[in-house]
Design a protein around this ligand. Structure first.
Ligand code: NDP
Length: 314
């Protein structure tokens, strides 16, 4: 323990700064093109978490001066119907970015997401999931990069945390978070270790980190024993917890989050245990840490895609 509680990295404030910084470019685009940069969001089915994410994305885009259109398909939609919507958006000159909200209904089959993401025009792929964009990221060429990983790096930069030369440990190797975060940190000259469920001595590896990124999907998994005193800890996890016993084990008596749980019957908990705040030098809260950055970077990617597509036409 270093005796001092960690500095909390305020994702809401940083996301607001990013949106403000985008504003003049959005206005310049609108003045030059006679229309706002436009994002098409495809939502299949009625997954409650997806409904909330999509609502937040639409609201945030509208507030920032982008146009965001929602294309809804029923839970029972066939794969070819989803692909037809994507192809239509690919072809529309007044659509700059396309986002298909994940997860797609299970009935579409395990390969559906890959097939749909692959069908998106890479120049409109604001989620950065298309293999062409992933390949370009690996080679450090200009590309559209996944929003959450971009948000992690942006949060570090805007919080004044040095990446170059740092030991960065990323736990989680998914295509949407872990792998692209590791690549971005590597390109910024961190020494990167990428961990996963088969990593031996995970705790020891994590405890060597100057910057520890947790993208695991397990509530409060990263306890103080994983954290070197003074390290920066980025908590990407968003886990909805409904088990009262688990909430009691994670949060001590009288903790504000216990009261939230009593009121609502569920709370969002990160992958990092609250006790880490007593050890880390800096820490992102959940909610209010990486989450708001993800949406800010979606707006940034939409503008970037719009500028890149339209620069040739000016
Ligand atoms: P995935 O389930 O795709 O990946 C989880 C990763 O964690 C895997 O690589 C897995 O290893 C690893 N892992 C699981 N258990 C352990 C363990 N016991 N020890 C070490 N590693 C383990 O999750 P995502 O990457 O999609 O998401 C991770 C978290 O981030 C989730 O809570 C998600 O909700 C959240 N998230 C937040 C976003 C935001 O905007 N803030 C955006 C996207 C996700 P293996 O590969 O070996 O199975």
């Amino acid at each position: 323990m270093n005796g001092m509680p960690a500095r909390l990295l305020d994702g809401v404030a940083v996301a607001n700064q990013i949106r403000q910084d985008l504003r003049p470019r959005i206005d310049a685009f609108a003045a030059a093109e006679g229309r706002a940069p436009a994002l098409g969001i495809v939502l299949v089915g009625e997954d409650p978490a997806s409904e909330i994410y999509v609502r937040n994305k639409l609201k945030s885009a509208g507030e920032s001066g982008l146009r965001a259109d929602l294309f809804r398909l029923p839970e029972t939609a066939r794969l070819d119907e989803v692909l037809a919507v994507v192809r239509d958006l690919n072809a529309r000159p007044d659509c700059d970015g396309i986002l298909v909200q994940s997860p797609l209904p299970a009935a579409l089959g395990p390969e559906a997401e890959q097939v749909v993401f692959d069908a998106i025009d890479p120049r409109k792929d604001v989620d950065g999931f298309h293999p062409e964009n992933v390949g370009r990221l690996v080679q450090k060429r200009p590309s559209l990069v996944a929003c959450t990983p971009l948000g992690v790096v942006e949060l570090l930069d805007r919080s004044g945390i040095a990446i170059e030369g740092a030991r960065a440990v990323v736990v989680g190797r998914s295509d949407i978070v872990g792998k692209p975060v590791a690549l971005l940190l590597l390109h910024r000259h961190a020494t990167v270790t990428l961990c996963h469920s088969r990593t031996r001595d995970l705790q020891g590896v994590c405890a060597s980190a100057d910057i520890l990124v947790a993208a695991i999907g397990r509530p409060a998994f990263v306890t103080p024993a994983f954290v070197r005193p003074g390290a920066t800890v980025i908590d990407v996890g968003i886990n909805r917890v409904t088990d009262a016993g688990l909430v009691r084990r994670i949060f001590p008596e009288g903790h504000r989050r216990r009261e939230d749980f009593e009121r609502r019957g569920s709370i969002l908990v990160g992958d990092v245990h609250p006790g880490v705040a007593e050890v880390a030098g800096a820490l992102t809260p959940v909610p209010g840490g990486v989450g708001p950055l993800t949406i800010a970077m979606l707006l940034s990617n939409t503008l970037k895609a719009a500028e890149a597509r339209c620069s040739g036409s000016r």
